[in-house]
Design a protein around this ligand. Structure first.
Ligand SMILES: NC(=O)c1ccc[n+]([C@@H]2O[C@H](COP(=O)([O-])OP(=O)(O)OC[C@H]3O[C@@H](n4cnc5c(N)ncnc54)[C@H](OP(=O)(O)O)[C@@H]3O)[C@@H](O)[C@H]2O)c1
Length: 290
């Protein structure tokens, strides 16, 4: 995979699938920007990357998607830096945690971390993405195929279910990517968009509250026997980063139910192919972000 001379920004690169995406990009020669919310965990990721790729060009920056001021701060810190590839990979699942949680900005936690913070980042970086004809890679989830957005209760204020909140946030992220693609095509922005999902990756640290409830041996067994390893799961994002496809594809594991296996390009889920919903979400997002 050839990324020599290109600059890639990967969110959620401090662990799991994002760390492996960063490794894959660095192995291909990219300069990789890793904005993290926790510098100690970021330093740990740097050590792991340099153990495998001593010459890797990787740089830590600061980003907490649950705090919009850090999103804007990152965009400011990146002023005048080229970004050829932006991978929206960071995510949380609050399954197993008690109840509905709010970010310091007052949004529901899954909604802001997985969706709104990323939308704000794209919005802030859009002039530079256009300038550089960049690729946007959007990390979705199988969960996004089986949910609808509730326009009257987007953040689960009336009725909250953690997995539904997660699934809706990933659907929103995918729809946002589709709308960027549509606007780019209609207005000649030159920004290309591709979607991906990693299948199932029990070995990553997502949903820490669930993992904390399970015996360590069970987590280890699941990560050995069910689903993709983080390195295997990263391949769909890497394929989305490098494809020459003109239209938006969803890169997904080829195996049974899309849970495991090598990446293949598929049509996006029907839930993502709703231009009215994507356009409406764009407007709602603009209002929320002010
Ligand atoms: N694992 C699966 O089975 C699965 C399935 C479908 C989709 N996905 C998607 O794959 C992506 C990566 O997940 P993963 O499995 O690799 O999980 P992970 O190991 O928990 O990684 C999540 C990453 O997101 C970062 N993150 C979380 N909250 C953040 C915030 N507020 N601001 C900035 N970064 C934040 C984490 O940083 P910290 O290190 O600071 O926690 C970590 O680097 C997610 O988008 C997830 O929805 C995963």
């Amino acid at each position: 995979m050839e990324f020599a001379g290109r600059t890639a920004l990967v969110t959620g690169g401090s662990s799991g699938i994002g760390l492996e995406i960063a490794l894959g990009l660095a192995a291909g020669g990219a300069r990789v920007l890793l904005p993290v919310r926790d510098r100690a965990r970021g330093d740990g990721a740097l050590v792991r990357i340099r153990e495998r790729l001593p010459q890797a060009g990787v740089e830590l920056l600061d980003l907490d998607l649950a705090r919009l001021e850090t999103v804007h701060g990152l965009a400011t810190a990146l002023a005048n830096r080229p970004i050829d590839l932006l991978v929206l990979n960071a995510g949380v699942v609050t399954v197993g945690s008690p109840g509905r949680q709010l970010t310091p900005d007052g949004f529901e936690l899954n909604f802001q971390t997985n969706y709104l913070g990323h939308a704000a980042l794209v919005r802030d970086l859009l002039p530079r993405l256009r300038q550089h004809g960049s690729r946007l890679v959007v990390q979705c989830s199988l969960a996004a195929a089986h949910v609808q957005l509730d326009w009257d209760d987007l953040q689960g204020e009336r009725s909250f279910h953690a997995f539904r909140a997660y699934a809706a946030s990933k659907l929103a992220l995918g729809l946002f990517g589709m709308e960027v693609a549509r606007r780019s095509s209609a207005s000649g922005w030159g920004v290309s968009v591709q979607l991906c999902h990693p299948g199932v990756t029990p070995g990553s640290s997502i949903a820490p509250a669930i993992r904390a409830m399970l015996p360590g041996e069970l987590v280890h067994w699941a990560s050995q026997h069910l689903g993709n390893s983080p390195a295997e799961a990263a391949r769909t994002a890497l394929a989305a980063a490098t494809t020459d496809a003109d239209d938006v594809r969803l890169f997904a594991p080829a195996g049974h139910l899309g849970l495991t296996g090598r990446p293949v390009a598929r049509a996006p889920f029907p839930s993502l192919c709703d231009p009215d919903a994507a356009a409406h979400l764009w407007q709602v997002t603009a209002t929320l972000l002010g």
